[in-house]
Design a protein around this ligand. Structure first.
Ligand SMILES: [Cu+2]
Length: 64
């Protein structure tokens, strides 16, 4: 499982966008997100790098 902090995630719309972005890589991906802590967990068959690249391109870069 990939665990990230995504500072730009602030509301339910962001969570949906992040979920959809990851599910474009793996339709069966499971995304758990908490807007208060900015924590996002991704379980998918996509590589961590692919997930991070896609989220960065979508405007939700994970904090390093
Ligand atoms: Cu939002």
């Amino acid at each position: 499982m990939l665990k990230m902090t995504i500072p730009s995630m602030s509301c339910g719309h962001c969570v949906r966008s992040i979920t959809e972005t990851v599910q474009q890589l793996d339709a069966n991906a499971v995304v758990e997100a908490d807007t208060d802590s900015k924590q996002v967990s991704v379980s998918s068959s996509a590589s961590d790098a692919a997930v991070i690249d896609a989220l960065t391109a979508a405007g939700y870069p994970p904090a390093s």
